[in-house]
Design a protein around this ligand. Structure first.
Ligand code: DMJ
Length: 481
């Protein structure tokens, strides 16, 4: 434990913050206090009961399918064959909630899976959900047969990285290793930056457990390939050709399509400190603050800019970029995290849910749907843990009540077509199990049940215990110099 704390202090200092560690350790006590003092908010038990209800609905109506359609009460698959994604995303949440029987059932299901499926899968999506999910099952259960499944699955993703740049193609066939675009169509040579470089975390864990650097090295090559192609002013574009290494679009932002590229450059260092990646993160954070951040009409926003000029091309925010206050807070930049969070909370209050994309200059909605996404809850949870301020728990309480009011039906929860009308949409995304329910639960549960400082989450909220990963062994197993 002592080693962990010393490591955390060193890491955060290296990445350029000089106050985080102090805040994290001192606020832990405040947070415990805040949680016991809180009587007026929703309870962890309530979230657990809702999670169990939704999970039972998935099992009753959609078992074996990727997702539950909660209005028509049936299952739906992403591809022509099912990958059975929901259970992989649900496991770590059910386990954290202490629902051991349900978690065990998923572990058995994972063991029954044969990944030799003739289906083209999107590398990014299955990495964060299935590989991340399998690794979380292994982390929790320590069942070596689960690790074999994870290694098998990881091996089936690796052929996607055999491109001239090392950036993965969009999709790969799990059986043949052939690459393609979405659902087997086209070449898949153009990907967004999140699809290009969101692998350091899961591939790092896989390398660690398999004692084989090839996974982490493939992920690192992809992240470096994106970073090294930054413009003269230091910004990446948003779409890139994996064969030529040329940008196919020159916008730069924090929104979906770029979000987890940044997230993993930061978070992977908590498990596997890598000086090269740390430098990339410190540089990138500087550019985010320099070019994306703007104070507009008294609020903090992060705009879309041109990667070559830094000029703003669109004043918009997508609900996915609400992950960033969590990153800022974990980095120790509390001031910017709080300003950013305040803007998200303002937008939530305007509509009672977040629209998928909002244009803040025009004060209008671009995409009105809302899909039970977790990011705003994630950020409020981090801020509550790190600052100990009660107002963040109260925000989460409001999000919980609104989501229940607008998205709960007789079997589970559903998305909405339009945040203005709240018209129900027949879809329950797999990340609702992995992320949304987990953050709601963790924000309300006593810190003795789950200590925030002991864990780091992948972008799909699968938690990994920091102390399981020995930093010296990590250098060897991941090939970090
Ligand atoms: C999740 O699948 C992941 O967090 C991903 O990185 C982007 N956002 C969705 C949920 O909104």
């Amino acid at each position: 434990m002592k080693t962990q704390i010393i490591y955390l202090i060193l890491l955060i200092f290296t990445v350029s913050c000089n106050t985080t560690t102090k805040k994290q350790t001192t606020t832990q006590d405040t947070t415990n206090q805040a949680k016991t003092d809180t009587l007026a908010v929703y309870s962890a038990e309530e979230v657990k009961a809702e999670a169990l209800r939704a999970w039972k609905a998935y099992k009753k109506y959609a078992w074996g399918y990727d997702v539950l359609l909660p209005l028509s009460k049936k299952g739906y698959n992403w591809y022509q064959e099912s990958l059975g994604i929901s259970p992989f995303d649900a496991y770590s949440t059910l386990a954290v909630m202490g629902l051991a029987e349900e978690a065990k059932e998923i572990e058995k299901y994972a063991l029954s899976k044969d990944w030799n499926q003739d289906v083209y899968v999107q590398v990014f999506e299955v990495n964060i959900r299935i590989l991340g999910g399998l690794l979380a099952i292994y982390d929790h259960s320590q069942n070596p047969k689960i690790l074999e499944k994870a290694i098998d699955f990881g091996n089936r993703l690796l052929p996607a990285f055999n491109s001239p740049t090392g950036i993965p193609y969009h999709s790969v066939n799990l059986k043949t290793g052939k690459t393609s675009g979405d659902k087997g169509k086209g070449k898949g040579e153009v990907v967004n930056v999140a699809q290009a470089a969101t692998y350091l975390f899961e591939f790092g864990i896989l390398s660690y457990y398999a004692k084989d650097p090839k996974y982490y090295q493939a992920a690192k090559k992809a992240s470096k390939a994106v970073f090294e192609r930054k413009s003269k002013i230091g910004l990446p574009g948003d779409y890139i050709n994996v064969e030529t290494g040329k940008w196919t679009n020159n916008w730069s932002y924090l929104q979906a399509g770029m979000d987890s590229y940044y997230e993993y450059m930061f978070k992977s260092n908590f498990l596997f400190p890598d000086p090269e990646i740390q430098k990339m993160w410190a540089y990138s954070l500087g550019k985010i603050n320099e070019y994306y951040a703007e104070d507009y009409q008294g609020k903090r926003f992060y705009a879309c800019v041109n990667m070559h000029t830094g000029k703003i091309v669109k004043r918009s925010m997508s609900l996915y970029d609400a992950f960033f206050p969590a990153v800022q807070a974990l980095h120790g930049d509390i001031e910017n995290a709080e300003k950013n969070m305040a803007t998200w909370d303002w937008l939530w209050n305007k509509y009672e849910l977040l629209p998928t994309r909002y244009l803040y200059e025009a004060d209008s909605i671009e995409y009105a749907n809302s899909e039970l996404n977790p990011e705003i809850i994630e950020s409020a949870y981090y801020l509550h843990e790190i600052t100990g301020k009660q107002k963040y728990l109260q925000m989460i309480d409001k999000y919980w009540r609104d989501m229940k009011k607008c998205c709960r039906n007789e079997v589970a929860f559903h998305a909405v077509e339009d945040v203005r009308t709240k018209k129900a949409k027949d879809y329950l995304a797999t990340y609702f199990f992995a992320e949304t329910l987990k953050y709601f639960y963790l924000a309300a549960v006593n810190n003795k049940v789950f200590d925030f400082n002991d864990y780091v989450f992948n972008t799909e909220a699968h938690p990994f215990k920091r102390s399981y990963f020995d930093k010296e062994k990590a250098k060897e197993y991941l090939g970090i110099e």
